[in-house]
Design a protein around this ligand. Structure first.
Ligand code: NAD
Ligand code: DAU
Length: 361
């Protein structure tokens, strides 16, 4: 029986991971979810797991060394750390880089140091079968040219451009340093763009779904031709479970969907899928038209294309994306249809201020 310390488990991917792991392992695991509940963290995402005997939530900031030390001290059975907690939105990093360095770099250093202190034997080796997984992003590799044959491999040199990706690259480097210096038992995963339930509507897909349903403009940055490689979040969770339990220690694994699409294609698919899924009697249906698409000023330093080569995780661990985009986007839209209150709650208050300051469309 493993005890997982999950950081950022109230966010988008973290909460999907907590659900996925309890669905898969039931009472055979414990999960301690450590989250500071920033604007992106939401305990509503964890409805259904809160009452499980194996689940504990602790509100703590990963930069708070004493709080994290105490969690390890009080829970000596922790043998898995899955580290999601981060500031994750590129646009926010362009406006306010410092908190990205604080959480993503310093927070990762604190997590590494506390896990090391808890797991290290007196001879400098580590307790058997204890593992730390650092969840990172394909953005550390920089931007690919508009050329269908170029991909990010695990060996691709780091070349981050935004403050977000620079902070994630720095955190990856710290994990690499712990592995090289102390033989600290860790892995890094670098994943492409996720989409699915519980994603905060500052990110492209939920923002477009929410705006379209309200008949609000759909703000497409620049020429709309930037490419992202979209992966349904549950497929990412499956990959994380495989890497932390079966991956070769000290290795990096790239995770991606082989599902590259230009942003304008994504927006168009969302409009068409909404038109198809909405009932003719639904008054929102008339709102959802391509006339809502509005080209706006480009993101500063906007990376052109991301595309992951997932060959290594496929050949070593047998992982492949299972959810095709056409199916994943319908599941995602259906989830947002069923969770109107969730969307209302997360878009009230500070979200409106953020939205108004970002988008004057
Ligand atoms: P998110 O923004 O939805 O969630 C982040 C979570 O971390 C929130 O619950 C927040 O409250 C928590 N958090 C933030 N600062 C904290 C702090 N100082 N202490 C404790 N908790 C804190 O992010 P996400 O999209 O779920 O991404 C999770 C991880 O996956 C991040 O590390 C991100 O870099 C990585 N990633 C994301 C994607 C993607 O497409 N979303 C793709 C690849 C990798
Ligand atoms: O590649 C993995 C990364 O994917 C993760 O590490 C990040 O945490 C995650 O936020 C995501 O970063 P992106 O910047 O690619 O995602 P975002 O949803 O913000 O934007 C996707 C694309 O859509 C990007 O090219 C910018 C564009 N866009 C985004 C928004 C929010 C628009 O055109 N309009 C918008 O309003």
């Amino acid at each position: 029986m493993h005890t997982y310390l999950v950081t950022g488990g109230a966010g988008f991917i973290g909460s999907n991971f907590v659900h996925y792991m309890f669905d898969k392992y039931g009472d055979d695991i414990r999960i301690i979810n450590v989250d500071a509940l920033t604007y992106a963290g939401n305990l509503e995402n964890l409805k259904g797991v809160e009452d499980k005997a194996g689940y504990t939530f602790i509100k703590a900031d990963i930069t708070d060394k004493e709080a994290i030390e105490k969690i390890f001290m009080n829970n000596p059975d922790i043998d898995r750390v899955v580290h999601f907690a981060a500031e994750s939105h590129v646009d926010r990093s362009i406006r306010n880089p410092e908190v990205f360095v604080q959480t993503n770099v310093l927070g990762t250093a604190v997590m590494l140091n506390c896990a090391k202190a808890a797991w290290e034997n007196s001879d400098g080796t580590f307790k058997e079968d204890h593992r730390f997984l650092h969840v990172s992003t394909d953005e550390v590799y920089g931007s690919l040219p508009d050329d269908d044959n170029a991909f990010f491999y695990e060996t691709t040199p780091y070349d981050p451009h935004s403050p977000y990706s620079a902070s994630k690259a720095s955190s990856d480097m710290l994990v690499k340093a712990y592995m090289d210096t102390y033989k600290f038992p860790a892995n890094i995963t670098n994943c492409s763009n996720n989409y699915g339930p519980y994603q905060f509507p500052e990110k492209l897909i939920p923002l477009m779904i929410n705006n379209a349903l309200q008949g609000k403009k759909l703000p497409v940055y620049g020429d709309g031709k930037n490419v992202r490689d979209w992966l349904y979040v549950e497929d990412h969770c499956k990959a994380i479970d495989l890497v932390i339990n079966k991956g070769r220690l000290f290795e990096t694994y790239n995770i991606g969907g082989h599902n590259e699409k230009r942003n304008i294609e994504i927006v168009t698919i969302i409009i068409e899928t909404l038109q198809d899924m909405l009932d003719d009697s639904d008054p929102r249906k008339a709102n959802v038209t391509k006339d809502l698409i509005t080209y706006v000023e480009d993101r500063k330093g906007h990376d052109r294309r991301y595309a992951i080569a997932p060959d290594k995780i496929k050949s070593e661990l047998g992982w492949e994306p299972e959810t095709m985009f056409a199916q994943g986007i319908r599941k995602t839209i259906a989830w947002y249809f069923d969770h109107e209150d969730w969307m209302k709650n997360v878009t009230s208050g500070d979200y409106q201020k953020y939205y108004d300051s970002m988008y004057s469309v």
